[in-house]
Design a protein around this ligand. Structure first.
Ligand SMILES: [Zn+2]
Length: 349
């Protein structure tokens, strides 16, 4: 079987791209950003015809609909400037109002700039809906380097998840529990190559070098596109490591840094899968992703509660079949992952 074609979003790398964007998008525009980025945005867009600045604080479907339906004036284009949430809110407005979209991620924290869908929350549950293709995604090296390094490093989560996702995909196929997207060895191999490339450059990514930014962005471009281009097949890029993230967010209703929780999920689920957890943990550690509960501001008891509830969450929300459906998160599994997390034997790679 030939691989599906995988056309990806247009991306441009460079510098001074925010300033150029102010002269590119058709005004008046809606700028979707975060409060902490307002001064940077104002500097570049000052005295221009900015339609409206919206702070992306919520991905709740009702809040998003409200925003789209109550835009204060005529808007001719939408500009997303920020991390995953800002880019997703920008996508939502562009989709609902049929407007041209320009995306400028300020960190490499997620693949949100490169996916058609928007990760909305409906009563706290994540659903991927919509359709938005940006005119272009601008990657400004100077802006990315200004972001807190932990945000940039967290972006490996949406690539390292291929490690646990592929295991789940194969398992589900073997159990005859995957009717829509049976295991495709060639597509899996492509995904594995993307994963390996990022793993090969993990030090560059940890240090947020220009090479690291490019490698990670190109991987996000691939993972973002393949979901749609393989027929909305999430299997190569999502498994029970993401289900853990959804469950944790659901029970606490907190906004986490996506990739940090996904990486914690990869550690636990690769232990559960007996899928070479030491190996993928080496890469997470080398990328310097924060995943210890004390680093991400969460209690161990809450993490454990989410882990033990992940199966129920997956079944209640009819998520696809994964390891979590058939293996118990025992205290022994948790201890094994915890021991790895606090071991120092992998400090140098
Ligand atoms: Zn993700």
């Amino acid at each position: 079987m030939p691989l599906p074609e995988n056309p990806m979003f247009h991306v441009v790398y460079g510098r001074n791209l925010l300033r150029s964007l102010a002269e590119t998008a058709n005004p008046p525009y809606l700028i979707v950003t975060m409060p902490e980025l307002l001064s940077m945005v104002k500097e570049e867009f000052e005295e221009r015809n900015i339609g409206y600045v919206h702070f992306a604080l919520s991905l709740d479907i009702n809040d998003l609909e409200n925003l789209a339906e109550n835009l204060p004036q005529q808007i001719n284009s939408v500009i997303g400037i920020g991390g995953g949430r800002a880019l997703d809110v920008a996508k939502y407005v562009a989709w609902r109002k049929n407007l041209p979209l320009f995306q400028l991620p300020t960190a490499t924290s997620t693949n949100a700039a490169f996916t058609h869908r928007i990760a909305v929350r409906i009563e706290g549950v994540v659903k991927y809906i919509g359709w938005a293709i940006p005119q272009v995604v601008y990657i400004d090296f100077d802006i990315i380097k200004r972001a807190p390094p932990h945000l940039n490093r967290a972006g490996v989560g949406d690539v390292f998840c291929i490690h646990t996702a592929l295991y789940d995909w194969k398992l589900a196929t073997e159990r005859s529990m995957e009717k829509l997207w049976p295991w495709d060895p060639e597509l899996a191999e492509e995904a594995r190559k993307v994963l390996q490339t990022v793993r090969n450059y993990v030090d560059e990514i940890a240090n947020v070098t220009e090479t690291g930014i490019r490698i990670l962005t190109e991987a996000h471009r691939w993972t973002g596109a393949v979901y749609h281009n393989a027929g909305w097949n999430p299997r190569p890029i999502e498994g029970c490591e993401h289900f853990f993230y959804y469950t944790l967010e659901y029970i606490t209703r907190k906004a986490y840094i996506h990739g940090e929780i996904v990486c914690l999920g990869i550690l636990f689920m690769s232990v559960l899968q007996d899928n070479d957890p030491e190996d993928i943990w080496r890469s997470i550690k080398a990328a310097k992703v924060r995943i210890k509960p004390e680093e991400i501001g969460e209690e161990w008891s809450t993490i454990e509660k989410a882990l033990k509830l992940t199966r129920k969450y997956a079944i209640d929300n009819k998520l696809f079949y994964t390891t979590i459906h058939e293996r118990e998160i025992t205290d022994e599994i948790i201890k094994k992952a915890k021991d790895l997390l606090y071991s120092s034997q992998y400090s140098s790679v």
